[in-house]
Design a binder for this molecule. Structure first.
Ligand SMILES: [Mn+2]
Length: 342
């Protein structure tokens, strides 16, 4: 391996940038999940321990069920302060995921951008990129960074990072959960992170109205050759009093069925525009080529998100056709799963 690009060298360079910075802006992807928020807030707590001014900028609302994360009240729903001298993007595989207003503002700061992530599809858009695709969560990458910085992790940071690990591994149930993942979680518990609080939040992610929406979606589900898909229309949100946020987890839920290999959920946005698609797969399948067939796709082998043109029925038709073609031509084969669950 070229020493200039080895992870430890990049880690050294990144810690150098952080030590020199005073006011650090942290950004993450739109519609943040627990790993995005937990990693952002955890990193902010760690940087504050170092005496830095660290601010998480987020234009989106906080998802239902993540209100327990310590430090949420310090999130700033605005564009970064012009005095910012360093920006760190966490858990965002590419600039478009951060969202245009925020990413544009970040670029106009003309300060170094560090990217901290675990997505295999990360495009390396930062001046320095620390991307560990073998890690199950960005939270673990942040923990590695904190260890490299030699900063003590306080209970608030520990709970935030633990949330990232638990939610991204679906409570230690994904095939990328490895001994290192459990060691990271144990380390965070030792620093005062509350696994109980995180697990309670993990199990309690969905309000009843979301289950009603899921019921509707499951009734409409179609299955062909191990591929299961369903779609959620604006009318369904209206009838159940839900929002797009209430669809989080549905694609995984469908994938859990024994005879499903790939699941997809197509969603209209309440405000209209592009159709949002989440796809999930069992080990041995790589969905990244599917996501890359669409303009805004990204994710991991077994979990991708992308957008297709409306209307909903057309998005379903074109996506399933594309998926079946990629599958036929062997482009989704991932050989042996990298880490088997057995
Ligand atoms: Mn993540």
């Amino acid at each position: 391996m070229n020493p200039a690009s080895s992870p430890s060298t990049v880690l050294d360079q990144i810690t150098g940038y952080i030590r020199q910075a005073h006011r650090i802006a942290i950004v993450t992807h739109e519609r943040p999940d627990a790993d995005a928020l937990g990693s952002s807030l955890g990193l902010a707590h760690i940087l504050r321990q170092m005496g830095k001014e660290a601010i998480v900028y987020l234009l989106d609302s906080i998802p239902f069920g993540l209100n327990f994360l310590p430090g949420l009240d310090q999130i700033v729903a605005a564009l970064p302060d012009p005095e910012t001298d360093l920006v760190i993007a966490v858990d965002a595989g590419e600039p478009s995921q951060i969202g245009l207003p925020l990413y544009d503002a970040v670029r106009h700061l003309r300060v170094p951008l560090l990217v901290v992530d675990h997505h295999e599809s990360n495009t390396g858009y930062g001046h320095l990129n620390i991307v560990f695709p073998q890690k199950a969560s960005t939270a673990e990458v942040v923990l590695t960074l904190a260890q490299a910085l030699d900063v003590p992790i306080d209970p608030s940071a520990a709970t935030c990072l633990l949330a990232g690990i638990v939610f991204d591994t679906r409570a230690f149930a994904t095939p990328d959960t490895r001994p290192e993942t459990l060691r990271a979680a144990a380390c965070l518990m030792e620093r005062g992170g509350s696994l109980y609080e995180v697990m309670t939040a993990y199990r309690g992610q969905h309000p009843l109205k979301a289950l009603r929406l899921w019921g509707e979606a499951l009734t409409r589900m179609e299955v062909r050759d191990g591929i299961a898909w369903t779609s959620i229309s604006r009318e369904m949100y209206r009838a159940t009093g839900t929002t797009m946020e209430d669809t989080e987890g549905l694609a995984n839920f469908i994938l859990d069925a024994a005879d499903v290999r790939i699941s997809l959920v197509f969603r209209e946005r309440p405000e209209g525009g592009m159709i949002r698609i989440s796809a999930r797969a069992k080990p041995g399948i790589n969905l990244v080529p599917l996501a890359r067939s669409f303009p805004t796709g990204g994710g991991h082998k077994m979990a991708v998100g992308f957008e297709a043109n409306p209307p909903l029925e057309e998005a379903v038709r074109t996506t399933i056709a594309c998926l079946e073609e990629l599958r036929r031509s062997g482009q989704l084969d991932d050989g042996q799963p990298e880490w088997t669950a057995s």
